[in-house]
Design a protein around this ligand. Structure first.
Ligand code: NAP
Length: 281
């Protein structure tokens, strides 16, 4: 069996085109404020892609580039200002932050209704409770959208998520549980990982290790979602050994061009949703 490619780039483009159309019909433009602290080159690339995508669909975007040694008090002051501004619908703090800043403290400072990244504890709780008002974190939301593009009903499927980060692993596990999957969350202390993965109808690899998942981890016919973005000397690699996995899976996301573009599309969608909610009287 050769897997079909789950083309995130194409699906993301479709979502962006639809959003652009919807935004062109609104009286005002949705607006996103992005905060980046320090000079991490990867973060700068991500922020530039987000800015470009916003501009393309008609979302006003303003980036605040702050010095690496900014204090938590100064950063919180900016967040408060944006929280209280009627001209700002969404606020995003680009991660990672420099060591002296606590991401938990900073992300909790953002008003939940402007938390378009979905990292505020209130939004985490709302996702757990399956509340439609939740802002769902962008990468997990994009992953679910990709899976649904090829499979409607996920009820009863075995899903294995490798990784338990607050950004990817945990929220995607909750979303799959909400879809009635039987979910196993694996992590660095998990024993017999290949055996566990071999039972997965849906395998989400969010490990952060290049080509970690080989054919021995894959159940024939599984849907494989490769979240990993690993910069190696041979270029960008996912967490999955693509050449092997494609021979066993039914569907697989490539890297690049799979989950990455969907993450940005979901950020645009969340910003548009924030705009609609805030303008509802
Ligand atoms: P992370 O916070 O470093 O989490 C990695 C997870 O993998 C941890 O839960 C860790 O377990 C687990 N792990 C590490 N080694 C393992 C092993 N040998 N066996 C089983 N589990 C193991 O990373 P993240 O933020 O979730 O990101 C994961 C990957 O996705 C990275 O490559 C990142 O760049 C990428 N990413 C991509 C997007 C996108 O839009 N495409 C978005 C976000 C992240 P412990 O908890 O026990 O340490």
């Amino acid at each position: 069996m050769t897997a079909q490619i789950l083309n995130g780039k194409q699906l993301a483009q479709q979502i962006r085109t639809e959003l652009k159309q919807k935004i062109s019909l609104t009286q005002a433009s949705p607006s996103l404020s992005v905060i980046i602290v320090g000079n991490d080159p990867a973060s700068e690339i991500y922020v530039r892609s987000k800015e470009k995508a916003c501009n393309e669909v008609g979302i006003k975007v303003h980036t605040y580039k702050l010095a690496a040694d900014i204090s938590a008090a100064e950063l919180n002051e900016l967040i408060d200002l944006l929280n209280n501004s009627h001209d700002v619908n969404g606020i995003l703090v680009q991660l990672p932050l420099p060591k002296h800043l606590s991401p938990q403290e900073i992300l909790t400072r953002i008003k939940p209704e402007k938390d378009v990244d979905g990292f505020h504890p209130l939004n985490t709780g709302l996702v757990l409770q399956k509340q439609p008002s939740a802002f769902i974190p962008c990468t997990p939301k994009g992953i679910l959208r990709l899976i649904h593009s090829v499979k409607g009903d996920l009820s009863g499927l075995n899903a294995v998520v490798i990784g338990r980060s607050h950004i990817v692993g945990l929220p995607v596990s909750h979303l799959l549980l909400n879809e009635n999957c039987t979910v196993t969350i694996a992590h660095s202390k998990t024993k017999n990982l290949p055996d566990i993965c071999q039972k997965a109808d849906i395998l989400i690899a969010s490990v952060g290790k290049p080509e970690f998942i080989t054919k021995d981890y894959i159940k024939p016919g599984a849907i494989i979602i490769d979240v990993g973005i690993n910069r190696t000397q041979e270029g960008l690699k996912g967490d999955v050994k693509y050449g092997e996995a494609i021979e066993k899976a039914s569907y697989i996301t490539p890297v690049p061009g799979g989950v990455g573009p969907m993450t940005i599309a979901m950020l645009l969608e969340n910003t548009y949703e924030a705009f609609l909610k805030q303008n509802r009287s």
